[in-house]
Ligand binder design. Structure first.
Ligand SMILES: NC(=O)c1ccc[n+]([C@@H]2O[C@H](COP(=O)([O-])OP(=O)(O)OC[C@H]3O[C@@H](n4cnc5c(N)ncnc54)[C@H](OP(=O)(O)O)[C@@H]3O)[C@@H](O)[C@H]2O)c1
Length: 316
């Protein structure tokens, strides 16, 4: 990918999109096309069509989606399926119609079948029923990855996907209604510390295990993939290491300096018992993560303190 390539980053205000923009700028890419939701509503097929016809980017990175934690996924499955299908169909199809040659779609490790053997290899994709708590999101993502594969074969265009594990880091969503586990635990323990609360209740038993990748590592992998890897076969993007939710909660408790009790509510769902990517294809292709979990979590808490909990008080 040339540094003067015209690159459209859809969803550039989000966790992943904003990190991709930082990475591209730091790497000398200067011809970035960015549109906020107000400037280009990705639900609007005609607007997306007009945008591609006039801009004709060389590359599209699709980091726009309706994303959320287990609570949001379970509460709004219809919206998760419908909105993601509309956004990705508009982007993929109108990009293809306007002659865009390179498109990268983001899958997610949570869309692998619930009963996948662990660690999860790329060949297990779409090979069984997804985890029920994020089924709607999974079906939308599977459709997006399949559409890219079909376009790759039928039109000979470089429409590919990547399959990132759980992502965390600066610019994450700390809203308690929609956040993923790391920002949720950081915020709740920070608020409990400030309020002097005796306990923090955590959904599930704490035994399920998850893998986490810092968002700057994902951005690095995305730019690497666009520059160095163009196979139809998507790659898992992760660290290949996991941690239990209980271990994660204790780590965040220590980091935040919260002195109260952690109570695990076993009446709430755990989600998939284990979700770990097999990253051997990724390593063999030449990419490896570089940000340790300790470092990444500290950076994320620092960002939270500076941007959301200024002077210890949560602003939004
Ligand atoms: N976060 C993770 O752990 C994770 C893991 C694996 C894969 N991924 C994938 O990475 C991608 C990005 O995730 P993320 O965590 O960065 O999500 P995010 O922070 O919620 O960002 C999503 C972005 O999409 C934009 N968007 C949504 N609907 C739109 C619309 N109708 N028109 C225009 N823009 C719209 C949002 O705009 P607003 O700012 O206006 O809402 C936001 O900027 C997703 O495809 C997700 O599946 C994420």
């Amino acid at each position: 990918m040339q540094t003067d390539a015209k690159i459209f980053i859809a969803g550039h205000k989000g966790l992943v999109g904003s990190a991709v923009v930082r990475k591209l700028k730091d790497s000398g890419y200067s011809n970035l096309i960015l549109r906020t939701r107000q400037e280009l509503d990705l639900f609007d097929t005609v607007a997306v069509k007009d945008f591609f016809q006039s801009e004709k980017p060389d590359y599209v990175i699709d980091s726009a989606a309706r994303v959320g934690g287990i609570k949001a996924n379970m509460t709004y499955p219809a919206e998760f399926l419908y909105e993601n299908l509309v956004i990705q169909n508009n982007l993929i199809w109108e990009a293809k119609n306007s002659g865009v040659k390179n498109f990268l779609f983001l899958g997610s490790s949570c869309i692998y079948p619930r009963d996948s053997p662990q660690p999860m290899k790329e060949e297990y994709f779409s090979n069984g029923a997804p985890e029920p708590t994020n089924e709607a999101y999974a079906y939308a993502k599977i459709a997006g990855m399949k559409l890219c594969e079909y376009i790759y074969d039928e039109y000979g265009l470089n429409y590919t996907s990547c399959m990132p594990t759980n992502i965390y880091g600066e610019n994450d969503d700390f809203n308690p209604e929609t956040s993923h586990v790391i920002p949720s635990l950081i915020r709740r323990m920070h608020e409990a510390k400030v309020a002097g609360s005796a306990e923090v209740v955590i959904w599930g038993t704490g035994v399920s295990r998850r893998e986490f990748l810092h968002v700057d590592d994902l951005a690095d992998a995305i730019v690497w993939q666009l520059s160095k890897y163009s196979d139809k076969q998507f790659l898992n993007i992760g660290t290949g290491e996991d941690i239990s939710i209980r271990e994660l909660a204790l780590m965040i408790k220590e980091l935040v300096g919260y002195k109260g009790e952690l109570v695990f509510d076993a009446t709430k769902p755990d989600g998939m018992p284990k979700k770990l990517l097999d990253v051997s294809r990724l390593h063999n292709a030449g990419w490896h993560h570089s940000i340790s979990f300790d470092t990444g979590i500290k950076k994320t808490y620092d960002w939270y303190l500076k941007n959301i909990a200024k002077n210890g008080v949560v602003k939004k």
